[in-house]
Design a protein around this ligand. Structure first.
Ligand code: GDP
Length: 243
């Protein structure tokens, strides 16, 4: 069972948002949003069958096996929402999920196919790049791409290649570290420094990094809050407890 919030690890602190830390109202909004219905809408293998534009979109990207399905399931509190469609040779799809009260989707969550298989053929890499690039370039609703990085492995060449696509498409991306429960005390702060230095090369990078463990629940409340800040608050009918 994923706990809602782990006690903070003694050896690191989550990055704070530019100039303003997350406040408890943000955490509450994130909790509320991710407790709303989340439904699979559609899988798209070409940009011709993308769902019509609607709510703001948040996209999840990462190397295969980075823990993307586990993270989406931990955020939404469901075990079966994100399907692992990353098996080599299988059709690569963009999977769309709606999140928000029935009839008022506050956000669209978009799960990109995993990248970076060691034995990926050139034509498959080209197919991935073509599909993802046309999605990134054509989607005005896209607010941010969360690029997941396995905290044990750090940034790989394939991650930099994908970040370069975001730079070219002028789409803001933010790094989310996964599986931090696998790191020993003291390793995480160094990993965060290394990754921070690595993403600084990319113009489209958001400056803060969120460290998570889907297994332990670490960083999940913070990531929900960060995502909720990008949702359509007008239509999603959220009322804070203080209103
Ligand atoms: P995906 O291919 O990116 O969707 O990755 P999955 O979510 O299927 O996870 C890949 C593997 O990593 C699985 O064996 C998961 O159980 C494991 N995993 C995912 N998240 C975590 C985590 O936070 N901690 C640990 N220890 N293992 C994880």
């Amino acid at each position: 069972m994923t706990k809602d919030r782990e006690p903070p690890r003694a050896d690191f602190e989550q990055d704070t948002l530019e100039g303003k830390g997350l406040v408890s109202g943000d955490l509450e909004k994130g909790r509320w949003l991710f407790a709303q219905p989340c439904d699979f809408l559609r899988g798209a293998t070409t940009t011709d069958n993308l769902p019509p534009p609607g709510a703001p979109e948040i996209c999840f990207a990462g190397r295969s096996n980075v823990g993307k399905s586990s993270l989406i399931n931990a955020l939404t509190g469901r075990n079966t929402l994100a399907r692992t469609s990353n098996t080599p040779g299988r059709t690569k799809e963009l999977n769309f999920f709606t999140l928000g009260p029935k009839g008022y989707p506050a956000l669209m969550l978009v799960d990109l196919p995993g990248y970076g298989y060691a034995r990926e053929t050139r034509s498959r890499v080209e197919q991935w790049t073509k599909l993802v690039m046309s999605y990134l370039r054509g989607r005005v609703e896209l607010q941010r791409v969360l690029v997941l990085i396995d905290s044990r492995h750090g940034l790989k060449d394939s991650d930099h290649d994908v970040m370069k696509l975001m730079d070219e498409a002028a789409v803001s991306f933010q790094v989310v570290l996964t599986k931090i429960d696998k790191l020993k005390a003291g390793e995480l702060a160094k990993t965060m420094d290394d990754v921070r230095a690595g993403v600084r090369r990319h113009v489209a990078a958001h400056p803060t990094i969120i460290a998570t463990s889907s297994e332990k629940g670490t960083g999940i409340a913070e990531l929900r809050a960060e995502i909720a800040l990008l949702a359509d608050t007008e239509t999603f009918r959220y009322k804070s407890k203080s209103e």
